[in-house]
Design a binder for this molecule. Structure first.
Ligand code: FES
Ligand code: FES
Length: 211
């Protein structure tokens, strides 16, 4: 017997209503019910970050979130990046950055990295290398060694600044009033579970072990 619930999500700017079992994970709803397969599944256990999406502007691991928990929320996946105002109808500066700076090899981690980078730049438009590494510390890449991913996000920060200067600053979301990304705390993830993505244990090494 199924016990499905109707939920409505605004996904990449479009309202979508689906029926899901209460146990259905958001990542499966995104990939299988909404056919948005750009969000990847690497581990299904909250370790790799391949499933990262933004829910109400916050990066979450969608394999650790039930779809019903996102009911009524705005969800951004990699497919929605080109629709954002700062993309101006083309590739988002983060997508451009990963292309220009060779920030990917197999590309499996890339959608999650891009969404983690988006969350960072929304909060902190001019991050230094340590801040970038901290922001992607919940996202694993088996290929690149991370340096080119850092450069890709730096590229995007520069490009967003240039575009903002060109249009008077209207293309960058103003989230500067939210201090959470600049106060040294782990702004990368908050899956809602204690001692998990957003907890102190998860960010303890700050990604410093990666080079
Ligand atoms: S699939 Fe690996 S963290 Fe979600
Ligand atoms: S590019 Fe292959 S896992 Fe990151």
């Amino acid at each position: 017997m199924t016990d499905e619930r109707e939920i409505t999500l605004t996904v990449n700017g479009t309202k979508r209503t689906i029926e899901v079992e209460p146990r259905r994970l958001l990542v499966h709803a995104i990939r299988e019910d909404l056919d948005l397969t750009g969000t990847h599944i690497g581990c299904d256990t909250g370790n790799c970050g391949a499933c990262t999406v933004l829910v109400d502007d916050e990066p979450i691991k969608s394999c650790l979130t039930f779809a019903v928990q996102a009911d009524g929320s705005e969800v951004l996946t990699v497919e929605g990046m080109e629709e954002l105002p700062e993309s101006a109808g083309d590739l988002h500066p983060l997508q451009e950055g990963f292309h220009e700076e060779h920030g990917l090899q197999c590309g499996y981690c890339t959608p999650g990295m891009i969404l983690a980078g988006k969350a960072l730049l929304d909060e902190n438009p001019d991050p230094d290398e340590d801040e970038i590494r901290e922001a992607i510390s919940g996202n694993l890449c088996r290929c690149t060694g991370y340096q080119n991913i850092v450069r890709s996000i730096e590229y995007a920060a520069d490009e967003l600044e240039a575009r903002a200067a060109a249009d008077g600053g209207t293309s960058i979301p103003d989230r500067a009033s939210n201090a959470s990304a600049t106060d040294g705390s782990d702004a990368a993830f908050d899956c809602g579970l204690e001692n998990c993505c957003g907890g102190p244990a998860a960010g303890a090494d700050g990604g410093e072990s990666r080079e």
